[in-house]
Design a protein. Structure first.
Length: 131
């Protein structure tokens, strides 16, 4: 695995919130209102749409720390295969997080959320140790 693997993972994680956005919009009731999309999503009483919207917001929240961790680890000289492995684990965890969010599997969602958090923390610690 090379550093470019980690960079591709950053791209995937950057796009992932929009996947859950589409799921939220397609799961909603009634015609989607593109003039006021946030209000439309807030009015949805479909649990799947609400959970997909929450997954979208959580995915946006997770992205900055992950991207920063990958960049800092690379700048600090952390071994590229280690960065790539942690990035791949993070991507898998975040994809599963969204799936478990949408399908209302709270315990599994929490477990994979924690897995992703650990990946970010390990990357940041490795960056600090290598700096």
């Amino acid at each position: 695995m090379t550093l470019s693997t980690a960079y591709w993972c950053v791209l995937v994680v950057a796009i992932l919130p929009y996947v859950w956005t589409v799921v939220a919009k397609l799961s909603g009731r009634g015609r989607f209102d593109n003039n006021d999309p946030r209000a439309w999503l807030a009015r949805q009483d479909n649990p799947r749409s609400s959970r997909a919207n929450a997954a979208q917001m959580n995915a946006f929240e997770a992205f900055p720390a992950f991207a920063a961790a990958v960049i800092l680890a690379q700048l600090a000289g952390v071994e590229h295969p280690r960065i790539a492995l942690l990035a791949l684990i993070f991507v898998v965890a975040r994809i599963l997080h969204g799936i478990f969010y949408v399908t209302d599997k709270a315990s599994l969602r929490t477990a994979v959320w924690f897995t992703g958090l650990v990946c970010v923390i390990v990357l940041l610690v490795q960056a600090a140790v290598n700096a």
